[in-house]
Design a binder for this molecule. Structure first.
Ligand SMILES: [Zn+2]
Ligand SMILES: [Zn+2]
Length: 318
């Protein structure tokens, strides 16, 4: 069973608008609608005189709670040599509490200063150098030479070994080379690129789709969001039901309304899939009236109503 919702009467919308406009800025109303030499009266400002065009449209509203929260989880690690550690820009959040994402300038994941850790170099086992046999003495520690010595009266040539300590290894037979991996710094350094600890902020966001061709959809949505309980619409729990009952509920239909339902449905699905979002209301369908008006002074403006004849809101760019 579907309920037919009564569209507000045009004069009622007009009255609600002009009273609100006079409360907000009476001087402006006087300037735009007053007559020189006559006492200004709201009663004299009639819809019949100043409303040039009226369109029957529809709007679909639902509310979404979005948590602006921690950045994507997971960490990334970098392993670098000692001289390169300092090339990174580090951040520290120690004792800083949670960060307000709206104020944060920069990446959502950053290198954390406290995550820097020394990791003994695997290549040299943390020694900083590699030991190897001395190439000059082949590990013997000695340089061996053969002298040709002339022996005795006959000066007979005899080969005699002679050795002295190797100067390349100071006679140890071993040589050390700085480790190419760690550059002799013994350690490599590891740091983590972690999410900025954002605080979770949950905000309620109004989603409004209207078939009226208006620049004020966002503003109307925000106004509606604040007083949603005081504006009467028809609530649906899914789009299938809404689609099948829109025409019967409104008592009218047009191409733009069908398109709007399609767009709202797509948007709804998107929010359903978004893991940071939660749809917190039913889907509301509102009759929407769009009025094109002009003041006595010739200033064009628009008035919108959303809701039923019993409970509706007005929005205007006046
Ligand atoms: Zn040597
Ligand atoms: Zn090393």
């Amino acid at each position: 069973m579907s309920t037919r919702i009564k569209t507000p009467n045009l004069d009622d919308i007009w009255v609600k608008w002009k009273e609100k406009a006079a409360r907000t800025d009476r001087k402006k109303m006087e300037k735009q609608f007053g007559t020189k030499g006559a006492v200004f009266s709201l009663d004299a400002i009639s819809a019949a005189e100043y409303v040039k065009d009226t369109m029957k449209e529809a709007a679909i509203y639902f509310a979404v709670k979005k948590s602006l929260g921690p950045a994507p989880t997971g960490k990334e690690e970098n392993l670098v040599t000692a001289p390169r550690v300092g090339r990174e820009q580090y951040y520290s959040f120690k004792g800083a509490g949670k960060i307000n994402k709206e104020n944060w300038k920069g990446n959502e994941k950053v290198p954390h200063f406290e995550s820097i850790q020394a990791v003994p170099c695997k290549n040299c086992k943390g020694k900083g150098y590699l030991e190897d046999k001395c190439k000059t003495c082949k590990g013997t520690g000695k340089i061996e030479e053969i002298f040709t010595v002339l022996v005795g009266e006959e000066q007979k040539k005899e080969k005699k070994p002679f050795s002295y300590p190797c100067g390349a290894c100071y006679g140890t037979g071993n040589r050390t080379e700085p480790c190419k991996e760690c550059g002799g710094h013994k350690n490599m350094y590891k740091y983590e690129i972690l999410p900025v600890p954002f605080q979770s902020v949950v905000t309620g966001i109004p989603i409004l789709h209207s078939s009226a061709q208006t620049r004020y959809e966002k503003e109307i949505g925000e106004d509606l969001h604040k007083i949603i309980e005081d504006v009467e619409g028809i609530k649906f729990s899914d789009f299938k039901e809404l689609e099948s009952k829109t025409e019967a509920s409104l008592g009218y239909m047009n191409k733009n309304i069908s398109k709007t339902i399609g767009a709202a449905k797509t948007d709804y699905r998107k929010h359903e899939k978004d893991k940071d979002a939660q749809i917190t209301s039913q889907i509301y369908l509102f009759p929407m009236i769009q009025m094109m008006a002009i003041t006595k002074r010739g200033t064009k403006f628009e008035i919108y109503s959303l809701g039923s004849g019993n409970k509706f809101m007005v929005y205007s760019n006046f």
